[in-house]
Design a protein. Structure first.
Length: 237
């Protein structure tokens, strides 16, 4: 397999939603989405709210099923089509290949923040003490006070929760990273830290697909911008 082959490639991807409570109306979102992301590259998805940017990331991660097209991800010698992968294969991809920082932290209630962050490392076989040490180091870098590490993130402010979310997503060394508005709840100082983290991931060869509305973050972090409105689907059925 060629080393130049992209780590992430979308071809002809389409998605629509069926409104079951409104007579089964079908609302097309995107159609014919095509782009690729290579190792060490950050691609930003642009377009107005509702254009389908988050839906594209969720299809790559396997949260949404696409109705047409292919979503190839590559790790080591495997090339897998997420669009046709079964749930077990998708769960394996999330452990080994695809990281995801969503807009909102979804954590098990009453689990300490440091364990929420360390969980992806634990799932990949890293010893608990080592995983927690690495989680604490990243939480400290993101200015989450150590006094909060033993508390559940549900008790935190929105900005603190987002920094826990970012730490959890950035901690594993995965080939592909999806970022959905990672800096939306952050002040300037913490946005700068996230930009540094993105740069470090790129230097390590990570392929990043991101949604970033902050112009400064997008300018500094993104190598290319993909306008999702080019792939707008039209016509409810």
């Amino acid at each position: 397999m060629s080393a130049m082959e992209p780590l992430l490639q979308l071809t002809g991807v389409a998605k629509s939603f069926t409104m079951h409570l409104q007579g089964g109306i079908r609302l097309p979102v995107v159609a014919g989405v095509e782009f690729a992301v290579g190792a060490g590259e950050c691609v930003a998805l642009a377009g107005p709210s509702g254009a389908g940017k988050s839906s594209v990331l969720k299809m790559i991660f396997g949260n949404y099923r696409c109705e047409a097209g292919q979503i190839f991800v590559r790790h080591e010698d495997e090339r897998i089509d997420v669009a046709r992968a079964d749930p077990r294969a998708i769960l394996k991809l999330r452990r080994t290949t695809i990281g995801y920082v969503s807009q909102f932290l979804r954590a098990v209630p009453r689990v300490a923040a440091i364990d929420v962050v360390a969980e992806p490392l634990l799932a990949s076989g890293v010893p608990r003490e080592s995983a927690r040490a690495r989680a604490g180091k990243l939480l400290a870098r993101l200015n989450v006070p150590e006094r909060l590490w033993g508390l559940p993130p549900a008790t935190f402010s929105g900005g603190e929760q987002q920094r826990v979310n970012i730490a959890r997503g950035f901690l594993p060394a995965l080939p592909i990273l999806l970022l959905d508005e990672p800096t939306a709840s952050l002040d300037a100082a913490n946005r700068a830290i996230v930009m540094d983290l993105i740069t470090e991931k790129k230097e390590c060869g990570t392929a990043i697909a991101s949604i970033v509305h902050d112009d400064d973050v997008r300018t500094r972090a993104a190598d290319r911008v993909i306008d999702i409105t080019r792939f707008a689907a039209t016509g409810a059925k």
